[in-house]
Ligand binder design. Structure first.
Ligand SMILES: [Ca+2]
Ligand SMILES: [Ca+2]
Length: 141
């Protein structure tokens, strides 16, 4: 399975994340890091990810996001996009969107408190929607 791994760190020790790394994985192997072009493409993705407040101290990579799409029909649009927020190998929490009628729009959005502010609300929905939209710009189908 191919997925995007996103790792945020608080490198300056200010209590908020200030760096985002993007890596592409194929199965258990790291396939490659994002190119400069992909990083530019995903700039707003990284900004949205920082708002999720799922980050590590400098040097640690335990907390990260694994994001992937599923397209069992093999057509032009994914049936679902999933977000697994990991603490090491364990999934701490998840979000997902589903396209029920295969028209490219996601009817079902499953999300709890994705940005860790203690409330599950519309802001969390808009964050997951933004992450999915920006992720799909990579052209993974
Ligand atoms: Ca749809
Ligand atoms: Ca929230």
């Amino acid at each position: 399975m191919r997925y995007l791994q996103v790792i945020a760190q608080d490198r300056l020790g200010t209590g908020v994340a200030d760096s985002v790394q993007l890596r592409f994985h194929q199965g258990d192997q790291m396939w490659r890091t994002a190119t400069a072009r992909e990083e530019a493409q995903l700039r707003s993705f990284s900004k949205t990810y920082l708002k999720c407040a799922w980050f590590n101290a400098a040097g640690s990579e335990a907390r990260h996001l694994r994001m992937f799409s599923l397209n069992p029909r093999g057509d032009g649009t994914p049936e679902s996009v999933r977000l697994h927020f990991h603490e090491g190998d364990t999934i701490a929490y998840k979000a997902a969107v589903h396209d029920l009628d295969n028209d490219g729009g996601f009817e079902v959005i499953l999300v709890s408190d994705i940005d860790n502010d203690g409330r599950a609300n519309r802001t969390d929905r808009s964050r997951v929607t933004a992450l999915v939209k920006q992720f799909l710009k990579l052209g993974w189908r």
